[in-house]
Design a protein around this ligand. Structure first.
Ligand code: INI
Length: 154
């Protein structure tokens, strides 16, 4: 039996991060968490590229370009869509999630999902480095594992 499992080793791998500026107070924390995970697992800072986009809506097209460029072994998507007074955030979060899933299914490299969709600012803070961990860190860990898995499967 052959079992494939991606290692948690980021040394020598190149990472693209797409991050939205909307709710930057939160997304910057997700970015810090992602970079922490990459560096702690051996990635070098020179091999990490960060692309800022205006809002979560803009993440899928930017992620598609990064993932298809040949310049990265994995792409990490970071954003925060927080519930508002109208249904606007719902349309955005659903489409962004679908968009990233579509990019991930087509892309030659793994694309991880670090977009949080909390109901409140408190829940957002909890997921950006406090009570509920850091979803940016988690998305980067998934990207490392999947980048190594894809190399094994190639
Ligand atoms: N963008 C976000 O990243 N988070 C949000 O919570 C949000 N809300 O709720 O409006 C949001 N809107 C902006 C959107 O992503 C686009 O940038 C904008 O519509 C321009 O295309």
């Amino acid at each position: 039996m052959k079992v494939y499992e991606g290692k948690l080793n980021a040394a020598g791998l190149r990472f693209g991060i797409v991050i939205s500026r909307f709710n930057e107070f939160i997304t910057r924390k997700l970015l810090e968490g992602a970079i922490d995970a990459l560096k702690r697992n051996g990635a070098s800072e020179e091999e990490i590229a960060v692309a800022w986009v205006p809002g979560a809506w803009e993440i899928p097209p930017a992620a598609a370009r990064m993932a298809g460029s040949g310049g990265y072994d994995a792409v990490i998507c970071l954003g925060a869509v927080i519930k508002g007074a109208t249904a606007h955030w719902q349309y955005i979060s659903a489409q962004v999630t679908r968009g990233i899933a579509g990019v991930a299914a087509q892309a030659p490299v793994p694309v991880s999902y670090g977009v949080i969709t909390p109901d409140t600012l408190e829940q957002a803070i909890e997921r950006a480095g406090t009570k509920a961990g850091n979803k940016g860190f988690d998305a980067a860990m998934a990207a490392i594992e999947m980048a190594n898995l894809f190399k094994e499967l190639a």
